[in-house]
Design a protein around this ligand. Structure first.
Ligand code: GDP
Ligand code: IMO
Ligand code: MG
Length: 435
């Protein structure tokens, strides 16, 4: 049996999960996405070529790696087909290596229309969603009215189900939000056209993963978003609509939790967040010469999906410790380490003042997190360049001390450190699969 590793983001997304998954594919034979949808944006850089992925798993750039989209993923088939075509136009072989679960709920234009209409109506209290229809499709799923990939292959049943659900959506869109109704024919015809492209990819992902692992293959379970965006455990309601923690890897791909052998938690050396919601260690990113400005500009902190500026702040250990516990993290990977180079001092938010008490774990939900006042521990910074450094010993002493302090506070070993966007700009301390 191969060793399976779950790779999850421990903050508010964009931790560099895609880069880490791609890097690990030298020791893995498969990569599976198990939740979220095309609201995710993962950037890989391999030999100077940049790839931006939304739905296609980050194993796609490494030849021969099998990619899977599990039942937990909410699927916009048109977006998937465009993404595949764009990657194939760049010379990657995708179709022969991608399996899609028949159980994925389908996203259509009425989902994004409702998502956008709701956000517009909320005004300043908006969540700042990606507008991709992620909330509405998850509502449909739990309300037992969503259409699934398997429905695409029975046009009569598809039409009946679509009519019923679209009736409901058009009522809400027009009556509640004053938005335009969505045409049944337009949705149906597009779906039926896309069905032709999707059909050859559809496979029993759950059974395929079980068989591959039994045959000795190691599988990577690629998380999207981040633990603080988890629908149950994040800063609700400023969250996405899926479970983002490692436990979802089992549910969203159709394997048992006993087959998840290592949980690699990915965290930036600082924090970022796109969209609304509380962020206790947030910094000013607009004033030149400040640490927040350095994180934003040097870190090129712009959202991959929406192009919005990401908010930036010091590394929040209280949130990180919460995420370590929620995910059962067995190894940490610290990314974007190079972005902190040159700061005179670096800070760790080790806890908060909350209602007259001191806490060292992030509380649940947005309201209490918004009341948290950060408590900082200040460490000396380092002047030296760490960009592209590939051995721990070659890091400046203060940089090593910063990393050791993170491991000590989180009580988890640090498996790897990323020092640049390229696949091989990594410091390896303990291989998550090979050791
Ligand atoms: P994901 O959503 O977690 O996969 O992360 P994104 O790809 O959205 O955002 C991470 C960004 O940081 C991407 O543009 C990566 O190319 C880049 N990146 C990842 N690791 C490093 C690193 O160690 N240093 C630098 N400078 N950039 C990195
Ligand atoms: P990756 O996989 C960063 C955020 C959105 C918004 C909230 C809800 O690239 O790390 P949604 O459209 O999901 O209903 O939006 O969640 N969000 C992300 N932020 N990275 C992501 O994915 C995100 N996916 C969703 O900005 O605040
Ligand atoms: Mg991203």
């Amino acid at each position: 049996m191969g060793k399976n590793v779950v790779v999850v983001g421990l903050q508010w997304g964009d931790e560099g999960k895609g880069k880490i998954v791609d890097w690990l594919t030298d020791y893995a034979q498969g990569v599976v996405r198990f939740h979220g949808g095309h609201n995710a944006g993962h950037t890989l850089v391999v030999d100077g070529t940049e790839y931006k992925l939304n739905l296609v798993p980050s194993g796609v750039v490494r030849k021969g790696v099998q990619c899977y989209i599990g039942n937990g993923v909410v699927l916009e088939t048109h977006h998937l087909l465009s993404e595949i075509s764009a990657l194939e136009a760049r010379g990657l072989d995708v179709r022969s290596r991608l399996k899609v679960s028949p159980g994925c709920p389908l996203i259509f234009s009425y989902h994004s229309a409702l998502d956008v209409a709701r956000e517009a109506a909320k005004g300043s209290g908006k969540i700042g969603t990606t507008g991709k229809g992620i909330g509405p499709i998850h509502e449909d799923k739990v309300a037992r009215r969503s259409l699934h990939v398997y429905d695409l292959f029975n046009p009569t049943r598809f039409g009946e189900k679509l009519e019923e659900v679209l009736d409901y959506y058009n009522f809400v869109l027009t009556q509640k939000f004053g938005a335009k109704a969505i045409s049944f024919e337009a949705v149906r015809d597009q779906a039926m056209a896309d069905a032709e492209g999707i059909k050859p990819l559809v496979a029993d992902v759950s059974a395929a993963l079980y068989a591959a692992n039994k045959a000795g293959q190691s599988i990577l379970f690629e998380g999207a978003h981040g633990s603080m965006l988890d629908i149950d455990h994040g800063t609700y309601p400023f969250v996405t609509s899926s479970n983002c923690v490692a436990g979802q890897a089992a549910v969203g791909s159709g394997i048992g939790p006993g087959l998840l052998h290592h949980v690699l938690g990915v965290a930036k050396a600082y924090c970022t967040r796109v969209g609304g919601g509380p962020f206790p260690s947030e910094l000013d990113i607009e004033t030149a010469g400040t640490p927040g400005h350095q994180m934003s500009s040097k870190g090129r902190e712009f959202g991959t999906v929406t192009g919005r500026k990401r908010r930036c702040g010091w590394l929040d250990i209280a949130a990180l410790k919460r995420a370590v516990q929620l995910n059962g993290v067995t190894g940490l990977c610290i990314t974007k380490f190079d972005i902190l180079d040159g700061l005179s001092e670096v800070k760790l938010c080790t806890g908060y003042k909350l209602g007259g008490k001191t806490v060292d774990l992030s509380p649940l939900g947005a309201d209490d997190v918004a009341r948290c006042e950060p408590i900082y521990e200040t460490l000396p910074g380092w002047k030296e360049n760490t960009f592209g450094v590939r051995s721990f010993e070659a890091l400046p002493a203060n940089a090593r001390a910063y990393i050791e302090r993170i491991a000590q506070l989180c009580e988890v070993p640090i498996d790897a450190i990323s020092t640049g966007p390229e696949r091989n700009e990594m410091i390896l301390r303990r291989h998550p699969i090979a050791s």
